[in-house]
Ligand binder design. Sequence first.
Ligand code: NAD
Length: 506
Amino acid sequence: MTAADLLHTLGVPAAALSGGELRARSPIDGQTLAMVHAATPQAMAAAIGQAQAAFLAWRLVPAPRRGELLRLLGATLRVHQPALAELVTLEAGKVRSEGLGEVQEMIDICDFAVGLSRQLHGLTIASERPGHRMMEQWHPLGVVGVISAFNFPVAVWAWNAALALVCGNALVWKPSEKTPLTALATQALLEMALRQFNADGGIPAPGGLAQVLNGRAEVGQALADDPRVALLSATGSTRMGRAVAPRVAARFGRCLLELGGNNAVIVAPSADLDLALRGIAFGAWGTAGQRCTSTRRVIVHSSIQAELLQRLERARASLGVGDPRQAGVLVGPLIDGAAFEAMQAALAAAQAQGGTVLGGERRWPPGCGGDLAHYAAPALVSMPAQTEIVCHETFAPVLYVLGYDHFDQAIALHNGVPQGLSSAIFSNDLREAEAFMSAAGSDCGIANVNIGTSGAEIGGAFGGEKETGGGRESGSDAWRNYMRRATNTVNYSRQLPLAQGVKFEL
Ligand code: NAD
């Protein structure tokens, strides 16, 4: 199907797809898919005003009723999963199964939010005062702003939207300027769910509850700066986080940052190399290396380094690079020319820093737009040390391999980068595996054993430390980020004892 057909199926009006100033482009062949309207900072301010008004009504709707909206969104997504996934492939360049997987994540978080709608619980805490009860309540927070990256153009919105909405908040979304069409389609699906919700006879949702505004960084900045935005959830590069976080902090707003990673896999002498090979190959070169959780570094024991390198090289050379819609293709295009240039610059720097580079050259798969699109052979780089370029996140299919002799050395190399998102060890040694997950082990938000770094389930909290920004979204108790906590103490006695035994007798 063409982009126009897909968008029509997904309920996006044709008028939204032409006459705008933002070019929606497919990385598959570089062709223009649509010209989309870009919002202004003034339009953003107006949208936030509407969202604030919607919040005041939505926060009073009982949470299980709010959960019904997420149930309907999940059902709508199930029906439209193939079309939305195809649009993700077209606009972000993911292979088909990954496009479908991304929409599946949206469905999964909707299911999670439905259950959560009856589980937004606080604690009851023993009071030190007789005849008193102390408890915590979690209340809706306000307007949640979402800034998202191109590489998960719909799932990141869903992780935030499902939790924000079920927690009683309103939502304003600034998607990546590289993926405006998937954003419009997602919004259209949400509006389908809202229409059903408002027609079922229950408490309706207020207008302006969830909005999308396409645009570039300045529109995101308007979202970051507005004091009516109680929480800004920003996903993207560390550079973007550095720009927005101080602005939000300056107005005492809350930030949830999901920034860049530099994820490593340790391969220990006892590792099952077949498993390690598959985990590393998918992590490093799948999604053309364009996941925040992509494997960027392998830290392998010197006794098996030569064997692993040889097997990785065989796997690398066999990967099909090309149109992600074709069977047999596992590596699609880079998002644009700038991404390709950044990859080439990283490979040149790696070479200059003593690395041996295999692959990485430009490819021109037939029927893929010639020079208009940017495909690259995955790269495998042997490094003599963890040099400056290895410490930098290059958002492309580049894998650096480093050797180690002692486990402590592996952990030191592993943690010796500024980012802290995802990590893994392949080992059948229980002591090593536990040490890797211990307080003295991996310093990342995600630490896996015998699976790779890439991909996560929505049940766990997702996010990372250090330059990754410290945020957590998706599962576990990440919902608390989208609520405010109130501590309540109730006195049901006939006395007024003060805390800590303080006396104040009148
Ligand atoms: P990017 O930082 O270029 O853009 C991300 C978003 O931020 C876009 O919507 C962009 O318009 C906006 N933006 C950029 N500068 C801004 C500013 N000054 N003020 C307000 N908004 C601004 O990132 P990208 O190239 O789209 O995505 C790739 C990056 O995102 C990688 O670093 C990757 O690791 C990271 N990422 C992280 C996660 C995570 O969960 N940790 C998930 C996906 C992507």
